[in-house]
Design a protein around this ligand. Sequence first.
Ligand code: PHE
Length: 450
Amino acid sequence: MAASNVSWSSRTTFIFAAIGSAVGLGNIWKFPYEAGEGGGGAFVLIYILFVFAIGVPVMIAELMLGRRGQHSPPKSMEIVAREEGRSQLWQVIGWSGVIGAFFVLSFYSVIAGWTLFYVYQAATGALNDITAIGSGAMFNALLSSPVLMTIMHGLFMAITVFVVGRGVKGGLEVAVTWLMPVLFVLLIVLVIFSLQTGDAGEAISFLFSPDFSKLTANTILQALGQAFFSLSVGLGAMLAYGSYVPKDVSLPRSAVIIASADTGVAILSGLAIFPIVFAFGLQVGSGPGLIFETLPVAFAQMPFGSVFGAAFFILLSIAALTSSISLLEPMVAWLEEHKGIARAKSAVVGGGLCFLVGILTVFSFSNGPAVTVLGKTPFDHIDFLTNNWVMPLGGLLIAVFAGWLMARKTTVEEVDRSEGAIYRVWHFMVRYLCPVALSLIFLQFAFKVF
Ligand code: PHE
């Protein structure tokens, strides 16, 4: 079945799905930790600037290519390139999406599996009264057991496959319309609780009073990369979701709503986490350990902490799931369309392969037999290649294609029929600002020029 006759039931379901894709481990786990390392307020400010000045125009372009093509990412690019009289090599945007998203999912699912493990621990009461030593031991026990990590990774992948296999209406839509509101409610409750119990003043001044002396060229580029990852752009996910967007939906409006919600969740996550971090004297930049090792200790010391601890990990799992389905979708849409394999089967095949590749990540984190290739773990390689090469390059190619190679008539039709200020601002950004900024991030990662 071709993807062309499937679409989201309404603008709202599309917005929910796209916000679901954007909001994930990147917001709740990575953003606070990167903000912590990048000097707090200054990083937050620059990040927000990148989200709206660069991320949003590229997202509009990516959704546009999907909606124009009406198929899986490679096929959509084939169709649009033909329509615009451009080389078929532009299909590379679709391919890098399918392959890149597949590899991102392979490690994303392993980390999401850790989250499921913590949901289980919270539910069985293992996190009640946990001490710093106990919590460190629990995290270590997880990392020392490749079998346990593989089981949790498999479980998470199975849930992702189940949702994607049921299709756009029966799976993706049902999942996002139920899960996204739950996620928002949980997060807001957690923020209120955290601001009351933790050190709200310290957290707010950390997040919102910029200290520009802490900014380096590298942090600036880090903020740009994080903006891309967090918005889910440059990896075919928005191309795939864009192919299901009805013609009468305004792409610029949608992209601004998606980006605002994504940024809002990142900031709310900061407000949920940092008051606890400061109140308990934890380290702001402790990375993965911040969530998995240190937060349970803080929860254990709070009134009703076990309930909120469980709520937190459930929230993180939900956020990860609505992102992982968008990572599997490009490949499934392609398998379904090109190989004629039924959707459910495509999801099982795609998810199954991805599960197998994910085992490389399991052994990357394993405390026991950690595997390295050329001095780095497979996870480091996959993360480096996707985050530092595939995504910025994908974004750059999307901006160049949309800004320079598509006829003005086509982009006007898709982006803003009135050809008013919205169109002109978008066109300027996608033509000049985005390619320049993205070339800089790419050069930095490729050659460390600064
Ligand atoms: N945006 C997701 C997150 O923040 C990750 C993601 C990246 C999802 C790219 C889809 C495509 O966790």
